[in-house]
Design a protein around this ligand. Structure first.
Ligand code: SF4
Length: 344
């Protein structure tokens, strides 16, 4: 077990087990999380013989940056090499008023959304909490000003399918990296038990629901998990989340040309949301992705879809595509590299 991923309390207990004073655990927690060091040698307030001993006996748990691509808009995509040689993606998104990091929760993903490059990998394995925290620390190293203010769990994987590690990572990010839960967004493709469980954790993170279609027939074609939990059940869970946490739920709707971008579907979507969710994030499909059979929506259909929603009182934001030229959509970069075989 690497030391990264352990809580401050666990590190103090670990120090005691090694015959060290408890405060050594606190010092190491500060080095790991506050300063984000990668080696024991950098922990200069530990005695030199202890640093050498730890370098032999223990692992910090940071992953290496295998590849880095930066787009003209500042979006930086990092391909991280994990201890078992698997690769994941982390994207740093600098805005004028904040820096967000989009982190992965699994290596690959079992959900199988038809538009997603990560889906073609299947599930290779879940990430540990340490590997999720590591992505935020690494993003800090690649962020202008060395800071990250917001975290979105929207990279490779369905976070609710790796719930325990997700929760542990969220608690470490809030407690040790001092990023408030209100600045963290967890995105789900509609995993109903996960949404309900997260609602009851007293952790006021924002929930983002990837809906992508307002009815079961179309939705389950796009997101196979939609066959298990229908639109009605997902919306019930979302209502439960809003009521329990008092937090707004963001609804994400990926617009795919000729698939889910008609005015009729916009009306159906508005009807579904009425009075419950007042805000939709429209994401026109990224045509730069040549891996996928789906195509980008035309400008007219995006405008038409948006107008129908707005006429029905729904606030719409259009998410700007960022980092187009660096394969910034989920999974594109990793899929272009060989990965070991998926688990069945
Ligand atoms: S969109 Fe998300 S949930 Fe769907 S396959 Fe890709 S990573 Fe998994």
């Amino acid at each position: 077990m690497p030391l990264l991923g352990q809580t401050r309390d666990q590190l103090q207990q670990w120090a005691e087990r090694r015959g060290l004073p408890r405060f050594r655990g606190r010092q190491i927690a500060d080095w790991l999380y506050r300063r984000g060091v990668r080696t024991f040698a950098e922990m200069v307030d530990l005695p030199a013989p202890l640093r050498e001993q730890l370098a032999t006996d223990e692992r910090v748990g940071r992953s290496a940056v295998d590849q880095r691509q930066q787009a003209a808009d500042g979006t930086t995509k990092l391909l991280l090499l994990l201890a078992d040689d698997r690769r994941i993606e982390t994207v740093v998104l600098p805005y004028t008023d904040r820096v967000s990091v989009c982190i992965s929760s699994q290596v690959g993903c079992p959900v199988g959304c038809v538009f997603c490059a990560t889906a073609t990998m299947g599930l290779l394995r879940n990430l540990t909490a340490a590997e999720m925290v590591d992505q935020v620390l690494t993003a800090r190293e690649h962020s202008p000003g060395g800071k990250v203010s917001h975290v979105v769990v929207m990279g490779m994987g369905e976070p609710m399918l790796n719930y325990d590690a997700l929760l542990r990572a969220l608690r470490l990010i809030t407690a040790e990296l001092e990023i408030s839960a209100r600045r963290i967004t967890v995105s789900t493709a509609g995993h109903v038990p996960g949404i309900r469980r997260l609602a009851d954790e007293a952790l006021p993170v924002t929930l983002a629901l990837s809906l992508h279609a307002p009815n079961d027939e179309l939705r389950s074609e796009l997101i196979p998990m939609g066959r298990k939990w229908g639109v009605g059940e997902v919306m019930d869970a979302v209502r439960h989340y809003t009521r329990t946490t008092g937090r707004r739920v963001t609804l994400e709707y990926l617009l795919l040309g000729g698939v889910n971008d008609t005015p009729e579907l916009a009306r159906e979507l508005a009807g579904l949301l009425r009075g419950e969710i007042g805000h939709v994030n429209l994401i026109p499909w990224n045509a730069a992705d040549s891996l996928q059979p789906v195509r980008a929506p035309g400008k007219r259909s995006v405008r038409g879809f948006r107008e129908v929603l707005e006429q029905q009182g729904v606030t719409v934001t259009e998410r700007m595509e960022r980092g187009r030229e660096i394969d910034a959509a989920c999974g594109q970069l990793v899929v272009k590299r060989a990965q070991p075989e998926a688990v069945s």
